[in-house]
Each structure stands twice: as C-alpha cells, then as structure tokens.
Design a protein around this ligand. Sequence first.
Ligand SMILES: Cc1ncc(COP(=O)(O)O)c(C=O)c1O
Length: 425
Amino acid sequence: MGSQTMVDTTAAPGLDEQSIMGDPGPTGRFGKFGGLYVPETLVPACKELESAFREAWADPDFRNELDDLLRNYAGRPSAITECRNLSKELGLRLLLKREDLNHTGSHKINNVLGQTLLAKRMGKTRIVAETGAGQHGVATATAAAFFGQECVVYMGEVDVRRQALNVYRMRLLGAEVRSAVSGSRTLKDAVNEALREWVASVEDTYYCLGSVMGPHPYPYMVREFHRVLGREAFEQCQSYLGDVPDVVVAAVGGGSNAIGIFSGFVDTRSELVGVEPAGGAAVGRGVAGVVHGSMSYLMQDEAGQVQEAQSISAGLDYPGVGPEHAHLADIERARYEAVNDAEVLDAFELLARTEGIIPALECAHALAWIVRAKDELAGKTVLMNLSGRGDKDVAQVQGIRDGDPEALQTVDFGDGQGLPNGHGS
Ligand SMILES: Cc1ncc(COP(=O)(O)O)c(C=O)c1O
C-alpha cells in the first residue's frame, strides 16, 4: 500500500502560478471558459465570496483548521489500494484512490468542509446546497450539523426517489430536503432552485455548491478544496511506485473529483482521462454555452436550449461540466470518453466481485472505460479515483437487475460510443 502520510494543504506556496491549473484571476477564466454570468443581484454576493475565499485561503489559521478537520473528522489521508485480482484479469496495473473511505463516503466532504468553514468565517448561519446522488447533500448536512448551521438541500424529484437512503440520511442529520419539480427533476433543476434561494436570501445564506461549476469563484474555489486529494495521490504514488502512474482516470459529472485528482498530476507526464456518461457527455457531445453562471461545454439543442441529461447515476445526470474541464479538453491536456449505462452496471459488479469493493455508480463509469480500453492500457499503471462507495446504489442496481420497471426507467441502454464534436478522443 502507498504511504499514508497526511498532505499538508498549506504546502507548496507558489505552485498555483506555475501550474497548468493555476489561478484563473479575478474574471475566473480558464481559457475562454468560466466567468461570472449571473443576474446583477448576485454579482455582489459572488464578489464578496471571492474576496472572502482568497483572504481565507491565504490565512494559515484557516488552512490549519481545515487541515485538522480533514484529518480528524473526515479521516484523511485516504488510502491507495492496488487491485491485484482485477489487474491480472485486465492485463494492466490498477490502483484506486480510495475517496470512498472518507467520512460520509465520498470525495464531496473535502469541498464541503472548506466551504462550511468559510461560511462560518463569513458569519453566514444558513447553508443551501443542491445535490444529485445525495452525496454532496449528505456531506453538507453533516458539516452543517457539525458547525450548528441551518441547512436546506434541493434535490430533483427523480433523485429523491432513486436515492431514498441519502434523503433519509440528510433528514437524520437535521437538514430540510426540498424536491425540485421543474424540468427533468434531476441535478440541473436542483441547482436552479438553490441559485434562486441564494438570490432571495443572500444576507444570511451561504450557497455551498457541490462541484467545480457555477459562477466564479466556485470552479476555482471548489478545485482548491479538492486539491488535497491530488496532492496526496501524487505523494502516495511517489512513495509506492517511485513514479507517477501512466494514466489517471476519473468520472466526470460537474467534474470535482476529476479536477481534484488531475490537479496532482497535470504538470507531470501522466495522461489524464475523464469519463462521462453517454447521456450527459458535456465535453464529448456538448457545444460551448452558458449554464448555471459560467461558460463551458453543455448539451444543448439547435436553438441553444439546454438538453436533459440521462444517466443511471444521479451524480452524473447533468448536461454541463465544469469550465476547467472544457479548457483542459480544448488544450488537449485531458481527454474525455463516454460510457453507457450497461457498461457501468457491469463495472459496478466487477469491482465488487473481484476486489470486494462496491463502487458508487459515478466512479463505476471510470472503471467501465478502463475495462473497455484494456487493450490500449495493457501493461500500463492506471490510477483511478474511486470517488465514493456504492451503498447508496445497491437498491437501484438490484431493482434494475430484477427488472423492476421503476428502476429500469433510470437506465438508458443506448451506446456510449462516438463523440460527434470531437472533444473526446
Ligand atoms: C461518488 C460520486 N462521484 C462523483 C460524483 C460526480 O460529481 P463530480 O463530477 O463533481 O465529482 C458524485 C456526485 O454526486 C458522487 O456522488
């Protein structure tokens, strides 16, 4: 196993300026993507947030407090596990970064602890959040309980049904869960509701956004809060492999777990691969446009209307992607692939059977691509971000395998091949 040393998040000052994934500056631009496309009423709130974040991030007391929470509350560092059985089966060397082992069961806690600590510093007593799979909602409800903050989580009505376990967990943690009933009643609609609520109550309310998307400073700030996972993985690979992996793979919804792990390797020789669901392949199939406050690739029709995404996994059921991913695709530093729901179900079961690890359906996408690309990856060392554990998905997968019509409604068995606009490979 890799070294389990805690990575000091206060380390490496100046790294930002030299990295491909640097500071996007006051306009929040990653190449031509990013920015701040919000109603006028929200501009002061975004500006206030940016300066509060920059000030906190430069303050060693804030960084030390966050570090302490990551270590002693979230349980970092997360392990690296070598998959000996599956490696043999696939003909490559597969390592997992075990974000499933964090408190609350996914990478989401890294960002949430950063943001709720920032909310406390800003004197905000109420937190709103959106959630898809419920993992960000659970992490937010957890941190709000810890800090004694009031918490409201918006979740699409469809997701409320398919992620019932996480809805109950959030309520148990004292959060109010509100169903978003517009549009496709999934993550996109939950973000709309949360943004609306923020506009209406910005005085005392902090919007804890769950991925590297939305208006500036969110894509930058959320990336910085997830950097710890990339730094840890880099150091663990150095001590365990004496090298970086040949390929780093992560699932991409909004893109936060992928950005976190990519940040540790973007300035090295490692190839970076983001895996999207075929029905929500914003980088692979999308066109540049504005959604939820920033310019990025998104799935839209000829009239520019945002198209509904369709994915078995609630956490990836989103038609857009964080702007830094759009930029990394444009400069060809990362490559984006798409897999279909059938491949994901197989990968979900494969990891459970061969390694005794039940993955979240989100990161089962990353494994599905590795399985498909095994010939191309033969003999290579592949680091995959296991962004979360699959307990929340077990009932859904069981329903699908048992032919339950309601569970089957969440699956699209179309093919995941072919990325017409050429952003993928
Ligand atoms: C375990 C897990 N992985 C990945 C994601 C996708 O989000 P992101 O692309 O921001 O990492 C989610 C979202 O809910 C999730 O729960």
